[in-house]
Design a protein around this ligand. Structure first.
Ligand code: F3S
Length: 69
């Protein structure tokens, strides 16, 4: 599972970070500091909740088929 973040669309709601601070770090400017990452095994639910928490919908969770289950 991968997360893709449209950083230029972030307006700093910080709700992603409230849900999952380790997955969605904020920069000093209060905006999301990541443009995407591979979700660590076991943190899929957290990643999805963080993505859903963003009112701007700039966080996209993409299922990948190349991962071991
Ligand atoms: Fe930005 Fe959305 Fe998080 S606007 S700080 S990506 S909740």
């Amino acid at each position: 599972m991968k997360v893709l973040i449209n950083q230029s669309g972030c307006v700093g709601h910080a709700r992603c970070n409230n849900v999952a601070p380790t997955l969605y770090p904020l920069g000093d400017n209060g905006y999301i500091a990541s443009s995407g990452f591979s979700v660590p095994i076991g943190e899929e639910g957290l990643a999805k909740r963080g993505a859903r928490a963003c009112p701007e919908r700039v966080i996209e969770v993409r299922e990948t088929s190349d991962e071991p289950r």
